[in-house]
Design a binder for this molecule. Structure first.
Ligand SMILES: [Zn+2]
Length: 234
């Protein structure tokens, strides 16, 4: 069996895979449901991070599963645009901590929190040392676009990654879920960057991202990419 989503297993299936030692790592995606300019559906960050998470888990099958994490994120700065769903940092961290705890108690010692929303980064970086002391496992946080380089950005006219609903994110959507892009509205707004997006560039950047996040996670599994757990106060 190489099901990649935790919630699609029965308890027997999951228990058998875990106890056999087949499952080596778990990805917990976190994202946001928030305004993405005038032309993109608000689910973008959640949808995109799951494309990467599931692509990585498929590439590393049968070692990796995805535990669906937090679709809403820390988006207070987008609340001017109604429809955005925002969690306060305290709520976000409380739920994320509980999800990590659940997967750690399932037996995972390698957990990757894969992030798809910029607003989650600073709050997560701020508490990560606390999570590491608490869980004592190889627990890492990675915004998925961090694996893309300046050379990758040169593929884009704007040379900007990730941006917000601009060329990179629009290209991503055109390549994976084009129904989320309202073509008629792309140019009907002040920001000129979304109109630069192409499906082809989106495809190339998604493939590179999946390959490199898979390398990152394989390193966690192999023991070549292990985060240092900070010491306790003596
Ligand atoms: Zn976004």
């Amino acid at each position: 069996m190489s099901e990649i989503l935790v919630h699609k297993h029965t308890r027997r299936e999951f228990r058998n895979r875990m106890q056999s030692g087949e499952l080596k790592a778990c990805i917990i995606p976190v994202a946001a449901i928030e305004q993405h300019l005038e032309h993109m559906a608000m689910e973008h960050d959640w949808r995109s991070v799951n494309v990467i998470a599931e692509g990585v888990a498929s590439r590393l099958a049968p070692q990796v599963v995805v535990a669906q994490g937090l679709m809403a994120g820390i988006s207070e700065h987008h609340m001017k645009h109604i429809g955005t769903l925002s969690l306060t940092p305290a709520t976000f961290m409380a739920v994320l901590g509980d999800l990590i705890d659940s997967m750690a108690r399932a037996g995972f010692t390698n957990i990757l929190v894969l992030n798809g929303h910029g607003g989650n980064i600073a709050p997560c970086n701020g508490v990560w040392d606390q999570f590491l002391r608490r869980f004592q496992i190889n627990l890492q946080f990675l915004p998925y676009w961090d694996v893309l380089t300046v050379e990758d950005a040169e593929l884009l006219q704007s040379r900007s990654i990730p941006g917000h609903a601009q060329e990179f994110e629009t290209a991503f959507a055109l390549a994976e879920f084009p129904e989320n892009v309202r073509t008629a509205d792309v140019s009907d707004q002040p920001d000129p960057e979304p109109a630069m997006a192409t499906e082809e560039n989106g495809r190339v950047l998604i493939d590179r991202t999946i390959e490199r996040v898979a390398d990152f996670l394989q390193g966690m599994i192999d023991g070549s990419n292990v985060i240092e757990i900070p010491a306790f106060f003596e």
